[in-house]
Design a protein around this ligand. Structure first.
Ligand code: B12
Ligand code: SF4
Length: 500
């Protein structure tokens, strides 16, 4: 029986995490196939490491997990080089990037299969079919190129009941990479673990990559199952805090409160991502229970203070600019820091309107800071994702925007910036507009440095606040070189890029 190599390309320079995406694929084959894991975050030369396994002649299957951005920097050249040197291997990619850019990935000819969305069933089924020379065409969540060159997408599978999934093989991961080294120091705690407790999201925001993959579906592990896993890592490797990586952890008030009650005695801090309109419906007693259980800060996709844009973004119909402000104020009472992310630079019929929208958002962000100065602000520049059927995506295509058609182009500097949602190459944004967004962000990060940068001591905070404060108050954002210099010297970390 051939062995399987699972690869997690490097995603961040520091603070390496438990690689949940590739680990869940390992779980799907645990006990059925021999597997090894290579984590690009923990290897100085991952290609050599992979080759050392392949040179044994025992490996035929390679599974790569790939999200847009820096992971592509290792995934693309390594996949290409392996396929040239070991042409008999089968290369299978999964994760958000290949699921949304499957044609470009498969046309590279060094990736054989893409798993479209969850791989918990599809991956073992594909290995079984390939290993036993059986047809794979009936496996759900699969994308491949047929012999006539056509790209075939098989139907999507219903989401699995998450409590029925096999347990993550933490002990085996620990043999490859000590788990204690994957529990990083963050502002939440000395040893922060990453955990993923639910998949998908019930909403259909038109800018979000979760939508084309999960199509408004969401399934979660029970509070008890989540607690059991966390308790295991805490007892065995000393985790003190949890970062929930779910797209939308707080969908169910009942599950959230159950989890809060279970985790409270463990005295761990925790963090997760939520929607404002969902959580604004939570009872006061629930918000209090969440905070008392150790949740200090929650990330919310606020997106925009402009109700018209919220509609364009299909934010679900119930979130308004007014609610964003009142909710920021409400959370103050519970001592929960709202971490609001905004998406600036959405399309509009004229250049003046695009500019006016950006100016409106900048003023709105300042209003949020005025009602709750502790609110953390994250600014993204709108980068289109192919959400077929959404009005916003139709508008994007009509503007002439196109993704790279050749896989290697994704690692050109311009497209890397696109991935990081910093400079999106969209035709309706002028360089001046992008400068304005970035300069405002620099001034804002100077006037209100993020609490997540634990290296920034109080002296540095006071200094940068004094330097940036005047610009912030007078709305003069141009050429903020003095703040940029301090950010550079102190290596200010942006949570949206390096993790929260
Ligand atoms: C953790 C995380 C990170 C970490 C690093 C992750 C790591 N691997 O070490 C950090 C913080 C560094 C990060 C950064 C970024 N991220 Co990120 N990240 C996530 C997050 C929150 C969790 C990923 C995870 O562990 N999921 C848990 C597993 C179980 O789920 P999964 O990955 O979907 O895996 C399933 C399937 O996809 C599939 N699958 C996945 N891999 C594989 C591999 C094989 C072989 C197979 C068969 C199947 C398969 O099967 C799995 C089980 O069913 C996701 C959102 C999310 N909830 O998934 C965003 C997400 C993937 N990130 C995203 C983005 C855009 C980024 C950035 C590029 C940009 C940004 N500014 O946010 C940055 C920079 C990237 C970088 N530095 O590499 C987007 C991708 C959107 C898109 N357009 O495609 C997501 C979806 C967030 C979002 N909702 O926008 N990220
Ligand atoms: S609520 Fe968040 S995760 Fe869900 S579709 Fe909207 S942006 Fe995506």
């Amino acid at each position: 029986m051939s062995k399987i190599l699972l690869f997690n390309p490097k995603s961040a320079d520091a603070k390496h995490r438990i690689p949940n995406s590739i680990l869940s694929i390992a779980a799907s084959i645990e006990g059925k196939h021999d597997w090894v894991i290579v984590d690009g975050n923990c290897e100085a030369d991952p290609l050599r490491k992979i080759e050392s396994y392949l040179d044994t002649g025992n490996f035929r299957y390679l599974g790569f997990t790939v999200m847009p951005g820096p992971q592509l920097r290792q995934a693309i050249p390594i996949a290409k080089s392996i396929k040239e040197r070991y042409p008999h291997t089968k290369m299978i990619w999964g994760g958000y990037f290949p699921s949304t850019q499957s044609e470009t990935v498969l046309y590279s000819h060094y990736v054989d299969f893409v798993i479209n969305g969850p791989g918990d069933h599809a991956f073992p089924a594909l290995i079984d079919a390939l290993e036993n020379d059986k047809p794979f065409e009936f496996i759900k969540n699969l994308i491949y190129q047929a012999t006539d060159g056509k790209i075939i997408k098989t139907p999507k599978e219903d989401l699995m009941e998450q409590d029925t999934l096999p347990p993550l093989p933490y002990d085996k991961l620990n043999e490859f990479y000590p788990i204690s080294r994957l529990l990083g120091k963050t502002y939440l705690g000395e040893k922060t673990m990453a955990y993923h407790s639910s998949i998908g999201c019930p909403f259909t925001c038109s800018f979000c990559a979760v939508v084309p993959i999960f199509e408004a579906r969401w399934k979660a592990k029970s509070a008890q199952a989540v607690y059991n896993d966390i308790k295991y890592i805490k007892d065995k490797w000393g985790a003190t805090a949890v970062e929930f990586h779910d797209n939308n952890f707080f969908v169910s008030e009942k599950r959230t409160v159950e989890f809060a009650n279970l985790i409270k005695p463990e005295k761990m801090s925790w963090w997760g991502m939520a929607r404002i309109d969902t959580m604004d419906k939570f009872k006061d007693s629930s918000l209090a229970a969440i905070r008392e259980s150790g949740c200090k800060c929650i990330f919310f996709g606020a997106e925009s203070g402009n109700d018209h844009i919220l509609e364009q973004l299909d934010k679900g119909g119930t979130q308004t600019g007014e609610q964003i402000l009142t909710f920021a104020e409400r959370l103050k009472k519970f001592d929960i820091i709202p971490e609001y992310s905004f998406v600036l630079g959405t399309p509009a019929p004229t250049t003046e309107q695009v500019q006016a929208q950006i100016d409106f958002e900048i003023d709105f962000i300042k209003k949020v800071k005025a009602v709750n100065p502790n609110a953390e602000i994250v600014i993204y520049t709108y980068s289109p994702v192919p959400t077929e059927g959404s009005e916003l995506y139709k508008q994007v295509l009509a503007s002439g925007f196109k993704y790279p058609q050749v896989l290697e182009d994704w690692i050109s500097p311009a497209w890397e910036n696109f991935d990081m949602r910093k400079n999106p190459l969209t035709p309706w944004l002028t360089p001046d507009m992008i400068d304005k967004i970035r300069n405002f962000e620099t001034v804002l990060n100077g006037a209100y440095p993020t609490v997540t940068d634990i290296r920034l001591n109080s002296l540095k905070r006071r200094l940068i606040k004094a330097v940036a404060g005047l610009r912030y108050r007078t709305s003069i954002y141009n050429y903020p070189y003095e703040i940029k210099l301090l950010h550079k010297v102190w290596r200010y970390r942006q949570p949206e890029i390096q993790g929260f």
